[in-house]
Design a protein around this ligand. Structure first.
Ligand code: GLN
Length: 535
């Protein structure tokens, strides 16, 4: 196509309006037209990456194949577009400053006074263009985190202003705002949108397209009003109404010609409308599945917040659709689980997911849940810490090591069935010490995992510091827990399963990160299938 085109997605009025979903939907529509698209997220916070952020504050930490601990919006990008993102797709203010300060210390600036403008903004601009320059994408969509008007966003907005000026038709700004409905007046109110656009204009950015989030449909008159007051074409005022699922949003945007408007504004041929066939088929299957009773799956964990297990919830929901059923996830707080209440807490659950996590808190409840599902043969899927708990519970209650534990929980126990990884032993600081990103795994033929994947060699993403202690491997296998997935280089156990049970698998890796709308993860599909068979 020639030069890379840059689309910036900003947000105003309020946070959590769904910039990630709008960015993903625009990406999906352009991709369906044959363009090579990537999406990146620029976050205005000072952390170097979201790896050390509390899941309660920031939701899940997503992991890219190249081992970057990323904002969860990258998960949406991958799920919608079926692409793989990398470290370059997620930039924070912390990374920008660090890079500038490192350059300054090295003397790269030759004694110049280092300032937000131009040094920080130049670094932002360099990062905006990095992917486009390196991989020759047709479109690079850049989502700017935060809300217009925040002090933290200013350097990003200045960079967008400059880029729009420099790139002309090759850059465009989509601004997402909120149109509240005042029940007392029975009216949708556009004033916050007007103010938000004014805020952008005051820093020199004229948005090209406005996407208005609303709970009620916008009238033509209202769109005209917004267009006139905000200097935007009427056709470029698009509404984004609450949808039953986020996966409807690309179609809702297509109905309003958002992709066509973008192409026209960027001087590209519009051509034929793509039919998004596979996507529509997915949605039809999903709608059909919703007419039936849901399959109930418990998610045992300690982070009682929807976003903390975002990718797991999405992967379960996709796996439900491909099993023609809706998955209803029931969060079960592991901190409250005891041998006395577990039967009640897991009552009616056809499958149980043991979630990933860090630290001691809530760990004993996970053992309680695992003991219950193992002895009652309820399909169970443990991910990362969940897999480690599966191994510890087995050591305690089957191998007979009552004191078995993970070194993460107990430094001194004589039976560390989960131990610190060899390469981590010397490292004591927190940040950046984990086994991160995609690693190879070889599956044992005949295992349930092998059956699910239908192949021997797989690659999955990791985020952990501890590992299965191979000193105990023979004892586990002799007692009926098999190690069916092994890393060929390090011999690390990546999967354990109990083949005599209906479906009982723990994975050291995080399969949820690679489940996408059109390519659901085979382990999730297989797990949900087993749960349905267990109803
Ligand atoms: N805390 C465990 C470890 O570091 C598991 C991490 C996780 O569940 N992501 O090994």
């Amino acid at each position: 196509m020639g030069e890379t085109k840059y689309i910036f997605v900003t947000g105003g009025v309020a946070s959590s309006l769904g910039k990630g979903i709008i960015s993903s939907s625009i990406g999906k529509l352009l991709q369906a037209r044959g363009y090579n698209v990537t999406i990146q997220k620029f976050d205005p916070y000072i952390n170097i990456d979201p790896g050390t952020l509390n899941p309660y504050e920031h939701g899940e930490c997503y992991v890219t194949v190249d081992g970057h601990e990323a904002d969860l919006d990258l998960g949406h990008y991958e799920r919608f577009l079926g692409i793989q993102t990398t470290k370059a797709n997620n930039i924070t203010t912390g990374r920008i400053y660090k890079s500038v300060i490192d350059k300054e210390r090295r003397g790269d600036y030759l004694g110049k006074t280092i300032q937000v403008i131009p040094h920080i903004t130049d670094e932002i601009k360099r990062n905006v263009k990095l992917l486009g320059n390196k991989y020759k994408f047709d479109f690079v969509i850049t989502e700017i985190g935060g809300t217009v008007g925040d002090i933290e966003s200013l350097p990003y907005l200045e960079s967008i202003r400059q880029l729009k000026w420099e790139l002309g038709k090759n850059a465009l700004c989509v601004h997402l705002t909120y149109v509240p409905y005042l029940a007392a007046a029975g009216e949708l109110k556009t004033k916050p949108t007007q103010h938000s656009v004014k805020e952008l204009q005051s820093v020199g950015i004229q948005p090209d397209i406005l996407v208005l989030r609303a709970e009620h449909s916008l009238s033509d008159g209202l769109r005209k009003k917004v267009a006139l007051f905000c200097n935007v074409d009427e056709k470029a005022v698009v509404q984004s109404i609450d949808a039953p699922t986020i996966y409807e949003v690309p179609l809702l945007m297509q109905e309003q010609d958002l992709d066509k408007t973008i192409l026209q504004k960027m001087g590209l041929p519009v051509g034929e409308e793509p039919d998004l066939g596979a996507w529509r088929t997915f949605l039809e299957r999903r709608h059909a599945a919703e007419t039936k009773a849901p399959v109930h799956i418990a998610l045992v964990g300690k982070y009682d917040l929807q976003d903390a297990y975002k990718s797991i919830r999405e992967a379960l929901s996709q796996a439900g659709t491909y099993n023609d059923r809706k998955v209803e996830v029931h969060f079960v707080n592991s901190e409250k689980l005891t041998d006395e209440n577990v039967a009640d807490a897991l009552k009616g659950m056809s499958g149980v997911m043991i979630g990933p996590g860090f630290g001691q808190r809530g760990i004993e409840g996970k053992f309680v849940a695992i003991k219950y599902t193992r002895t009652h043969d309820i399909p169970t899927f443990g991910i990362c810490l969940g897999m480690q708990c599966i191994a510890i519970e087995f050591a305690r209650n089957v191998l007979g090591y009552a004191d078995a534990n993970s070194r993460e929980m107990d430094e001194k126990t004589p039976h560390n069935v989960i131990d610190i990884m060899e390469e981590q032993k010397a490292i004591t600081n927190m940040g950046g010490t984990m086994r991160l990103g995609a690693y190879e795994c070889v599956l044992q033929k005949g295992s349930k995992a092998y059956e699910a994947y239908g192949k021997e060699h797989i690659q999955e993403r990791h985020r952990h510091r501890y590992e299965f202690n191979n000193d105990y491997k023979a004892q586990y296998e002799a007692a009926g827990m098999k190690c069916t997935g092994i890393n060929p280089e390090s011999d690390l156990v990546e999967i354990v399963e109990i083949p005599t049970l209906k479906w009982f698998i723990g994975t050291q890796f995080h399969p949820e990160y690679s489940s996408t709308v059109l390519n659901p993860h085979p382990l999730f599909v297989s797990f949900v299938k087993a749960a349905i068979e267990n109803e």
